[in-house]
Design a binder for this molecule. Structure first.
Ligand code: KG4
Ligand code: ZN
Length: 352
């Protein structure tokens, strides 16, 4: 089975061709970072227009690199949500058009499910597993019990961790995207110079909160001599922020491992997916946690952790081989929780 996957839910225009034997025939990603850099973050309207300008070429390139004609495809998959709705519409419309002309089925993929299943593409991980999904838009802990079967153990009650990295970087003048810049700058910093909070870690459960940590970085900056933020101050703040984020992730994952084991005593794998999984410091913290808890840690390679079309094609394969596909009347979904039964956290601004 060969599936084309299209991803346009945020700031990457991506298309890939993947086989059900887990071979990635092509995986083209065009990042819009330069277009959003002047604004210090992703501008939805700019993103949607850019997807519209570039998606045709990216799809053509992905097909050419795979060396295939459209007739060789068994299905066309596209991210159908959640995400920035203008971009999602561009990808879904393109996929429906290809599906219609090739008379192949269309599969609408939940972007979070694509991240969740990416470890099965890279590492053939068996169900069930515990998933930490950490990206610019999401921060969740989920039991992955099967295709379409998710149990959410916790989510952020305010910012996603990637978002907190990005906002911290912006405050410190490190530019966009912030995650890699904060990680790099933190290498020369003292994580203990500034006392930053570890939100939620004294509370039961697996929910996250990062907005207080971000505010605390801002307040620390405001207390330093005005206009005189030294390189060393910036490095120490980055190191302090990253250490706090690491403590929070490790604490929340420890709680989640207990919950996961109650539900699945044989389960022994923690998968980490999403753009923040690229952070080597956080990976090491989670590796140490897993060693102590006798869990296996699986992190897909970076090109499958950040947004890409291969994970969408793969999720399409996983769904399609179970007989699931969607009609051409599918409507893009700005919100699409993986676990519709998850209790809503009792705070304003909860991310689904
Ligand atoms: O999964 P992704 O490519 O896009 C979505 O948000 O869906 O994740 C992007 C996020 C950004 O917030 C970026 O700053 C963060 O991942 N990120 C990192 C690192 N590389 C990317 N955060 C921390 N450390 C990194 N090395
Ligand atoms: Zn993503």
């Amino acid at each position: 089975m060969i599936v084309l996957g299209i991803e346009t839910s945020c700031d990457e225009t991506a298309a890939a061709v993947v086989c059900d034997d887990r071979t990635i025939l092509s995986n083209r990603v065009l990042s819009q970072i330069e277009e959003h850099r002047p604004y210090g973050g992703v501008v939805p309207e700019v993103a949607a227009r850019s997807h519209l300008d570039h998606l045709d070429t990216i799809v053509k390139d992905a097909m050419a690199e795979a060396g295939l004609d459209y007739d060789a495809l068994d299905a066309i998959a596209a991210t159908g949500g959640p995400g920035l709705i203008g971009g999602v519409m561009v990808g879904v419309m393109a996929a429906k058009g290809i599906a219609l002309t090739t008379e192949r089925p269309f599969v609408a993929v939940n972007h979070l499910e694509a991240h969740a299943l990416s470890a099965r593409l890279s590492d053939d991980i068996a169900f069930p597993y515990l998933l930490l999904l950490v990206s610019g838009g999401h921060c969740q802990l989920l039991c992955v019990e099967g295709v379409g079967a998710y149990r959410r153990l916790g989510t952020t009650i305010d910012d996603a961790l990637g978002e907190a990295f990005d906002k911290t970087a912006k405050m410190l003048g490190l530019g966009y995207p912030g995650g890699p810049a904060v990680e790099q700058t933190a290498l020369g910093g003292d994580p203990e110079r500034f006392a930053l909070p570890r939100p939620m870690i004294r509370q039961a459960g697996c929910n996250f909160s990062f907005s207080g940590l971000k505010t605390s970085v801002r307040q620390t900056v405001e207390k330093l001599p005005p206009g005189k933020l030294l390189d060393q101050d910036v490095a120490d703040l980055c190191a302090g922020f990253q250490a706090a984020a690491g403590d929070v992730l490790a604490n929340r994952c420890r709680h989640a491992i207990v919950e996961f084991r109650k539900l699945h005593p044989q389960g022994n794998t923690l998968v980490v997916a999403g753009g923040v999984a690229a952070n080597a410091y956080l990976r090491n913290r989670l590796q140490a946690l897993c060693e102590g808890e006798e869990m296996k840690l699986a992190i897909p390679p970076q090109h499958l952790c950040t947004d890409n079309g291969a994970m969408v094609a793969w999720a399409g394969i996983e769904r399609f081989r179970l007989g699931r596909s969607d009609g051409l009347d599918f409507s893009p979904r700005p919100r699409w929780p993986l676990d519709p039964n998850a209790p809503t956290a009792a705070f304003a601004g909860v991310k689904a």
